[in-house]
Design a protein around this ligand. Structure first.
Ligand code: S3P
Length: 178
């Protein structure tokens, strides 16, 4: 059997490890790794926080859609999707039409620890970051659960998480039809 060249999209809340896991899986598959935030920043010439501040979140969501629709190669890519990319209506279907979708998951307490001392996320530039994270997590939990197979990234070594993602990817890519 020839190995699949279908793209893999990693979705999930901020701080679930999409970039770290994505890079590792990409190395193992020999695929290209792309991070949607970085690709948008590169194309726009400014950081995500500045895009949010200057043109607003809705515009950023349109840039995310554009990136998925025609801003990246159709094969042999692992894409770490920004946490909100899969949230707007139609985005999950769009991702599924392009490749395998796997959702990374971690409990809110872990997300709090992982994101508490970072400063690049515009949605977390508020006085009460914990409250903001809890609200967003509660709002989106259901949406993430519907995206597909969930892989837990809490209290597991990276090697094991990447192995789990690879197994899911191989199973699903074998049945993927464009
Ligand atoms: C966002 C998550 C961020 C980034 C932007 C908005 C979100 O990506 O796209 O700050 O709405 O959850 P990460 O999930 O990589 O932090």
């Amino acid at each position: 059997m020839t190995p699949p060249d279908t793209n893999l999209y990693l979705v999930g809340f901020m701080g679930t490890g999409k970039s770290t896991v994505g890079r590792q899986v990409a190395r193992q598959l020999g695929f290209r790794f792309l991070d949607s935030d970085h690709e948008i920043e590169r194309a726009q010439g400014q950081p995500v926080a500045k895009i949010f501040a200057e043109v607003g979140e809705a515009h950023f969501r349109a840039l995310e859609r554009g990136f998925i629709e025609n801003g990246h190669p159709a094969d042999r890519c692992i894409v770490a999707c920004g946490g909100g990319l899969v949230v707007p209506p139609g985005m999950l279907e769009l991702l599924r039409s392009r490749g395998v979708v796997v959702c990374l998951h971690a409990p809110i307490e872990t997300i709090l620890k992982r994101t508490m001392h970072t400063s690049h996320r515009p949605l977390l530039q508020v006085d009460n970051r914990e409250q903001r994270l809890r609200e967003l997590y509660a709002q989106r939990e259901e949406i993430y659960r519907r995206t597909g197979t969930m892989v837990l990234t809490d209290r597991r070594p990276l090697r094991e998480i990447a192995g789990h993602v690879l197994r899911v990817y191989r199973l699903e890519a074998a049945h993927f039809k464009k």
